[in-house]
Design a protein around this ligand. Structure first.
Ligand code: PMP
Length: 437
């Protein structure tokens, strides 16, 4: 089967005239002549403008936890929207959503809303700096916390530029990031216990916060080694720095209460977006009362769209569904089946591959060693990864071609979707293997 993508190609030409790269986020550009343009999505499926149907494992980079155009959420949102969208005034529904987040996420005692993950991390960083009176932020190589300038360092630069692991060089991921911010960021290799300890020993009392995704959700879903997140937490506590857990990808996805429930963590602040609203625009900064309560007392946080009714209503309906139905259990069962199946296909083909992540959000890397940080991950066979994913997409199974990006599952994925995916995956791996001979 060779898919036609003629209409996508013509839209790309047209789009390039009016939108840089023809897309509204750099991450959505796959390349010249191959960037797909979407018509619609429903449940676990997505159709491009040429009418090709895919089992969708991108799920908009993770927000879609229940399914595309999920009727109970959409119906609730539509009903709420009849009574207006924005008021610059607080509604009872917002209080209910805040209460739901607090009841689900063990470390969260108060929340403020935002509209995107980027805003949530930006606000969390300001809050941490305001609370501690310090300026330095520690982040990990390969982790991504949105497009704000403060942490857009060492996300995906060639790792050769990162310097020695004992003294890493923060590499800005864009032109336009002020040089002054280099002085305020320390980038470390994930899962490096020794360097984390040394960094705190050396500079602990200057650090405002360590911001970390619980797993490398933007770099092959590399998991934390046992004790690493706990060490961050312990060091932060000891030195009076804040631990910001960026749960934009993991929140309401790897467990109802996100990674803080999954790993029994007690971060000072946590950031949410994505699955919180099943794709509608809503984000949240959550944290300890003592810290959150300085907002409004000399600490600024706000935004015209922060309580947009469609996001708030979607969050209400999504969280309600997560609380009352076996969403996580179902995704977990199907995701485990898919992960096991993929691993088996690689084993049968004698291709050394390692699964990482969680049933609701996973990745695989091809290489002898399972990577524990971005420096190691960089050594895996990304060419073969891309070859496999491109062939899957051609056959109607669509994970993201970027190997950093996990496969995401939603409640609307069916057992049949899992089997069809595995059949296609097995075919693809066989063909790739034969081609290599
Ligand atoms: N933090 C993490 C961990 C993310 O994965 C992302 C987006 N992929 C963000 C923050 C930024 O979120 P947004 O795209 O909603 O601004």
């Amino acid at each position: 089967m060779v898919k036609t993508i003629k209409y996508s190609q013509s839209l790309q030409q047209r789009a390039k005239e009016v939108i840089p790269l023809g897309v509204h986020s750099n991450f959505r550009y796959w390349g010249e002549g191959i960037t797909p343009y979407v018509e619609k999505a429903k449940g676990s499926y997505l159709w491009d403008v040429d009418g090709n149907k895919y089992i969708d494992y991108r799920l908009a980079f993770g927000p879609v936890i229940l399914g595309h155009a999920y009727e109970p959420v959409d119906a609730f949102v539509q009903n709420e929207m009849i009574n207006g969208l924005l008021f610059a005034m607080t509604s009872e529904l917002e209080i209910q959503v805040a209460e739901k987040i607090i009841s689900l996420c063990p470390a969260v005692e108060m929340v403020r809303f935002a509209c995107s993950g980027t805003e949530a991390t930006m606000h969390a960083l300001r809050l941490a700096r305001a609370y501690t009176g310090r300026e330095i932020i520690v982040k990990f190589e390969g982790m991504y916390h949105g497009f704000q300038d403060y942490t857009l360092f060492s996300t995906y630069a060639p790792v050769e530029t990162y310097g020695n692991r004992n003294n890493p060089i923060p590499i800005p991921a864009s032109s336009g990031i002020p040089k002054a911010l280099h002085n305020l960021i320390i980038t470390l290799s994930f899962n490096d216990f020794e360097v984390l300890e040394k960094t705190f020993d050396r500079m602990g009392y200057q650090i405002a916060a360590v911001i970390a995704e619980p797993c490398m959700g933007n770099c092959g879903c590399i998991e934390p080694e046992k004790g690493f997140l706990e060490l961050i937490q312990e060091k932060c506590k000891k030195y009076g720095a804040l631990f910001i857990l960026d749960e934009v990808k993991t929140g309401f996805r790897i467990a109802r209460g996100g990674a803080q429930e999954y790993y029994h963590l007690d971060p000072d602040l946590a950031t949410y977006a994505k699955a919180l609203g099943n794709g509608y625009p809503i984000a949240a900064i959550g944290g300890k009362k003592e810290i959150m309560n300085i907002i409004g007392h000399g600490v600024a946080q706000g935004g015209t769209y922060n309580n947009n009714k469609c996001g708030v209503a979607a969050a209400y309906a999504t969280l309600d569904t997560l609380q009352t139905q076996p969403i996580m259990e179902t995704i977990e069962r199907r995701g485990n089946y898919l992960m096991k199946g993929i691993k088996q296909i690689f084993d049968d083909a004698n291709i050394p591959a390692h699964m990482s992540g969680y049933p609701a959000m996973f990745s695989f890397s091809i290489g002898e060693k399972k990577p524990t940080n971005q420096r190691e991950w960089n050594k895996n066979d990304r060419k073969l990864y891309l070859e496999i994913i491109e062939a899957c997409i051609e056959q109607g199974v669509m994970p993201d071609p970027d190997p950093r990006e996990p496969w995401f599952l939603c409640y609307s994925h069916s057992d049949e979707d899992m089997d069809e995916t595995l059949n296609i995956f097995a075919d693809v791996v066989k063909n790739v293997k034969n081609k290599a001979k």
